[in-house]
Design a protein around this ligand. Structure first.
Ligand SMILES: NC(=O)c1ccc[n+]([C@@H]2O[C@H](COP(=O)([O-])OP(=O)(O)OC[C@H]3O[C@@H](n4cnc5c(N)ncnc54)[C@H](O)[C@@H]3O)[C@@H](O)[C@H]2O)c1
Length: 330
């Protein structure tokens, strides 16, 4: 699978490119307006271009991965769609409802295979949780509780430019817009149901920037599973900050450090009959990005593999409706 990457910053360079290679593919081409990003991509073995149009005109690609700042996803997808190549786009799909509808219009054409890069549905531990839920190991699931926090200084950046995450126009929001979609999609992946009745409370507590630096997102699935997610940019990174709990009538699974870009983490099952706990093993050597790249390669060839852009657009519409309401109370 010969991939073309649109935007070679932090996530593309440090995670997806490695995942593509681990999955047996190649990063054949990269387009990025940043000379530093292009220099890095060239050193990593890719042909480099300063625009999407130039990269697509050169050809020789089987799939595209969009990893620009949020407000540029729609434009990249509109340009890329005409090439007819499968497109994997980073989350959040867009910076706001307007950008999302531009992407929805491309998806509605029905001639491009598209997916969202929700890498956490590809973490090996989460696969095991999903299977245990489906097999009834947890009994009736009552709640999914997530903590997914980090520290983002006003000048934080792992790419080559400024901190667009703290810029309302580029990001569209802060910690909740950036991080909560991961947990919402993961809950949907684990239960097989969308999270409905979304409500959010945002905070701007620590950092001096216009976007929220923390917030709570709550909801409920159609069958009644409660969902809560605390996401923030104001959480010191040495504190425990990545925790996933799924509680049911028979057992509870607690996973720490499985949410995130890396392989590994730790997972425990606690039995409701006597409170005893056991460590659950899983493949700790394969990153979610490698499995995501492998799955998208199969999706690009026509398999199902769980990618569903219509599902993701519906979820993002519900997200933006709740987020915009919460923003008015910030
Ligand atoms: N799935 C995850 O775990 C995860 C992790 C980090 C980031 N992300 C998402 O990935 C996207 C990128 O985030 P990042 O942290 O890598 O940002 P970044 O700033 O590090 O990288 C973005 C890159 O896009 C480039 N760019 C800007 N305009 C462009 C254009 N018109 N065409 C092509 N490239 C352009 C920039 O020069 C930069 O190199 C965001 O949507 C973010 O939410 C996802």
């Amino acid at each position: 699978m010969r991939w073309g990457i649109i935007g070679y910053g932090w996530v593309a360079r440090d995670y997806m490119a490695l995942g593509i290679r681990a999955a047996g593919g190649s990063v054949s081409a990269v387009c990025d307006p940043s000379p530093d990003a292009r220099e890095q991509a060239q050193a990593d073995g890719a042909r480099v271009y300063d625009s999407v149009a130039a990269m697509l005109a050169a050809g020789g690609l089987d799939a595209l991965y969009v990893a620009t700042p949020n407000h540029l996803h729609a434009e990249a997808i509109e340009q890329a769609a005409d090439a007819g190549l499968p497109i994997l786009c980073e989350k959040p799909l867009a910076e706001n409802a307007g950008g999302l509808e531009r992407i929805a219009a491309v998806a509605a054409r029905g001639d491009v295979r598209m997916g969202t890069a929700f890498d956490q549905r590809h973490h090996p531990a989460h696969d095991i949780i999903r299977r245990r839920i489906a097999e009834g190991d947890l009994g009736a699931v009552t709640a999914i509780r997530i903590v997914y926090c980090c520290w983002v200084d006003p000048d934080w950046s792992r790419g080559t430019g400024e901190n667009w995450r703290a810029n309302q126009t580029c990001a569209g929001g802060g910690a909740v817009l950036d991080l909560a979609p991961h947990g919402l999609d993961l809950a949907q992946f684990l239960t097989g149901e969308p999270v409905e009745h979304l409500a959010m409370v945002l905070q701007r507590r620590i950092h001096d920037y216009p976007v929220e630096d923390g917030g709570m997102t709550t909801g409920r699935t159609a069958s009644g599973v409660l969902f809560s997610s605390h996401t923030s940019y104001n959480w010191p990174e040495n504190l425990p900050r990545r925790r996933l709990e799924i509680a049911g009538t028979k057992a509870m699974i607690v996973a720490s450090d499985t949410m995130g870009q890396d392989a590994g983490g730790h997972m425990t099952r606690i039995d409701a009959s006597d409170g005893s706990s056991e460590t659950l093993g899983f493949d700790t050597g394969t990153t979610p990005f490698a499995r995501q790249a492998e799955a998208f390669a199969r999706f690009a060839r026509g398999e199902d593999c769980g990618f569903d852009i219509a599902r993701d657009i519906a979820a993002a519409r519900a997200f933006f409706a709740a987020f915009e309401g919460a923003g008015r109370c910030l």
